[in-house]
Ligand binder design. Structure first.
Ligand code: ZN
Length: 291
């Protein structure tokens, strides 16, 4: 069994969580919980078997999604490409499952960060999925293609430059195959765009439904399971913190009420689980996987 692929079904849709690899982030507490009071954070981390002082690195999974609806072969997010030696495994993992880049007819990009658009293009800078229409939220495309200053972000200059470089290299080449959405529409039968702004200006989630089953692909609305317990704790990379908190609450409420299966891009592989109501907040319950 390939540990980088997890197959599951959403109604009649054959689905796969596909790993693009992992990436190690230093000083995760500052990155993930930018506004958390220290004492409170220490307690929250202890509940998740982590010690604040000893938590020096977060090795984050990057998990993309493939959906075969029967009529469409859909890829959601393209991974980080050559961001690090430990990323860029998406194509290889797809090919191991018999899926060639030319087989993908729809690529949905949830937002313009490096780990979600880094696999848009091949080594020559051409679209890596030659037969696909690429779909993105219009505000997101407009933001990253307008050379933004990123002055609002509480991250260092190196990371800002990385964000801008990836957007510059990986967005303009797909323009000829691009389809922008600006409202909550059905991208294709059974795949709905859900506005989830805050992490970035036009961050998009997806509601995928078939035969009365539902998957919510929430991408980076949350980055770490503790964000369900403490939805007000935003990350340093979150563009609009107030909006992040509002978006999270809406998504958690929906996921819990509809008992939807949820896929979170940065959660432990395969990133699938359920959102459980707990007191006035929520809790992450990962699915049980075998093997
Ligand atoms: Zn991400």
């Amino acid at each position: 069994m390939n540990a980088e692929i997890y197959r599951f079904k959403v109604g009649t849709f054959e689905s796969m969580a596909v790993s693009d690899g992992t990436h190690a982030y230093p000083d995760p507490a500052t990155l993930l919980f930018a506004n958390a009071p220290k004492g409170h954070l220490e307690q929250a981390l202890r509940e998740h078997n982590l010690q604040l002082e000893q938590w020096v690195q977060w090795v984050s999974p990057y998990t993309c999604l493939v959906i075969n609806t029967g009529r469409h072969q859909v890829l959601v997010d393209t991974g980080a490409g050559d961001l690090a030696p430990s990323t860029g495994n998406l194509l290889q993992n797809l090919q191991a499952e018999g899926i060639e880049p030319g087989d993908i007819d729809t690529v949905i990009l949830t937002h313009g960060h490096p780990d979600h658009i880094g696999g848009n293009t091949d080594s020559e800078g051409k679209p890596a999925f030659p037969n696909a229409r690429y779909v993105m939220w219009k505000d997101e495309w407009d933001f990253w293609t307008s050379a933004p200053s990123l002055a609002e972000l509480k991250v260092d200059e190196h990371l800002k430059q990385l964000l801008l470089t990836f957007a510059h290299n990986n967005l303009p080449p797909i323009q000829g195959q691009l389809d922008l959405v600006d409202h909550e529409t059905e991208i294709l039968p059974g795949v709905h765009a859900v506005a989830a702004p805050g992490h970035t200006p036009g961050h998009m989630a997806l509601a995928i439904s078939s035969a009365s089953e539902q998957l919510l692909y929430i991408s980076d609305a949350v980055l770490y399971p503790i964000h369900l317990d403490y939805p007000d704790w935003y990350a340093a990379v979150d563009f609009a913190p107030d909006q992040v908190v509002t978006t999270r609450r809406q998504i958690f409420e929906r996921a819990a009420a509809e008992k939807a299966l949820v896929l979170a891009f940065h959660f432990p592989f395969p990133g699938l689980g359920h959102v459980i109501q707990k007191g006035r907040g929520w809790q992450w319950q990962p699915i049980e996987t075998t093997g």
